[in-house]
Design a binder for this molecule. Structure first.
Ligand code: BT5
Length: 249
């Protein structure tokens, strides 16, 4: 078999080895898709339950937040999981923070480097952005998309500021699915604990930040609110950032 065929076979056999109750059950493994989030959304619309997952070896139209693109060369992890959250929709942003924590635990569990998190959900390691989370919601479900750069991905270039990790993709997929099930379960049962776990990995809190959103301003990132909003202290008081770009200064 080709390396590609081996990889597809190993990934397809992953559910047998998974220590999860629901995440990765089933796991649809595909050679190439536009965006795993779109494929997972279709499955959810057809009734797929919590934990159903889609993994692709590459994406031709990988997406970031706000219409940005996600470079998805072969070798990286491109994974989307259907969530049917028991939380009120207003708290779903906490889920996206929890997904980042679960993905970070997965990277470490697969033998990768320690991962820190930048609000809302960039995965940082070894001085670069090694991964990101795209949580998209729809009535009755959400799709959690996770992208992680793996060094074996070869020569295709990634954007400036990106980092890659040296891990085995099959091991990474397994550890991420297990990490996600734990972290998302915590978010459902104890959102405050999920936030504590995010904060423990944060490189944002306590630091001066530059916020670009509905308004642009500077301040110091002070805390994360119960709904996942970033609280930034400015000369005019504390401001809540729900959607926006936050850079460390
Ligand atoms: C994210 O967006 O960080 C969310 C990325 C989520 C990707 C996964 S892959 C599986 C699933 N299916 C999808 O279609 N998406 C999800 P954002 O914070 O908007 O970051 C996007 C920005 O990061 C881009 O504008 C680039 O500057 C940079 N970027 C693009 N590709 C990258 C990569 N592979 N590694 C690091 N940075 C990248």
């Amino acid at each position: 078999m080709t390396r590609h065929g081996d990889l597809l076979a190993s990934l397809s056999g992953l559910p047998d080895a998974l220590r999860t109750a629901r995440f990765g059950r089933p796991l649809h493994v595909l050679p190439s898709v536009a965006s795993t989030n779109d494929t997972a959304r279709q499955l959810a619309e057809e009734g797929a339950g919590e934990g159903a997952a889609v993994l692709a070896l590459r994406q031709t139209g990988g997406r970031g937040r706000r219409g940005r693109s996600w470079a998805s060369p072969p070798g990286g992890l491109y994974l989307s999981v259907v969530l049917r959250p028991s939380l009120p929709a207003a708290q779903w942003p906490v889920l996206s923070l929890a997904v980042a924590v679960g993905a970070a635990e997965g990277v470490e569990g697969a033998g990768g480097p320690s991962v820190s998190l930048k609000w809302p959900n960039d995965l940082l390691a070894e001085g670069g952005k090694i991964g990101g989370i795209l949580l998209e919601s729809a009535p009755g479900f959400a799709i959690a998309g996770i992208g992680i750069n793996v060094r074996a991905g070869g020569l295709m270039s990634l954007p400036e500021g990106a980092g890659r990790i040296d891990v085995d993709l099959v091991r990474l997929a397994r550890a991420v699915l297990e990490g996600l099930e734990g972290a998302v379960g915590t978010a459902y049962g104890d959102p405050a604990e999920a936030l504590r776990r995010w904060k423990a990995r944060s490189v944002t809190l306590g630091h001066p930040v530059h916020v670009v959103g509905a308004e642009t301003f500077d301040g110091v990132a002070e805390d994360v609110a119960g709904d996942g909003a970033l609280l930034v202290r400015t000369a005019a008081g504390v401001r809540r950032v729900i959607a926006g770009e936050v850079s460390l200064r």
